[in-house]
Design a protein around this ligand. Structure first.
Ligand SMILES: [Zn+2]
Length: 117
């Protein structure tokens, strides 16, 4: 669970960051039609966002770099998302000072460095 201040998330959320949770792809089932939009990410990956064709709400997204994961905006669970506990801010390099972020969260310029490597 994390916050992302990349410019794409700023555009799609209409705010300073997105609030998202990662789920295993096989743990997510979408019922009903979606439309999708694919864009190349600066990393070279393709980032695909799926949204409701009627109201435009983003339902989930995924990256070609991580096919086993789905990125779900926690706003999809509005009214039932008190479980959301973000643990970091990514893409802080494009964070805007007017967007308040909880003091205890670690900030990462882009993605969190993988310490397991
Ligand atoms: Zn982002």
């Amino acid at each position: 669970m994390f916050l992302c201040s990349c410019e794409n998330c700023q555009r799609t959320s209409g705010g300073g960051h997105s609030s998202v949770a990662l789920f295993r792809t096989d743990a997510v089932r979408v019922v009903g039609a979606t439309k999708s939009y694919a864009r190349p990410a600066k990393s070279g990956a393709t980032f695909i966002r799926h949204f409701c064709p009627e109201c435009g709400t983003t339902v989930l997204a995924h990256s070609s770099r991580a096919p086993a994961l789905r990125i779900v905006p926690v706003g999809v669970f509005a009214g039932e998302n008190t479980w959301f506990k973000p643990n970091q801010l990514i893409f802080s390099r494009t964070h805007q000072t007017w967007d308040l972020i909880a003091d205890h969260l670690p900030w990462h310029e882009t993605y969190r460095r993988d310490d397991r490597a």
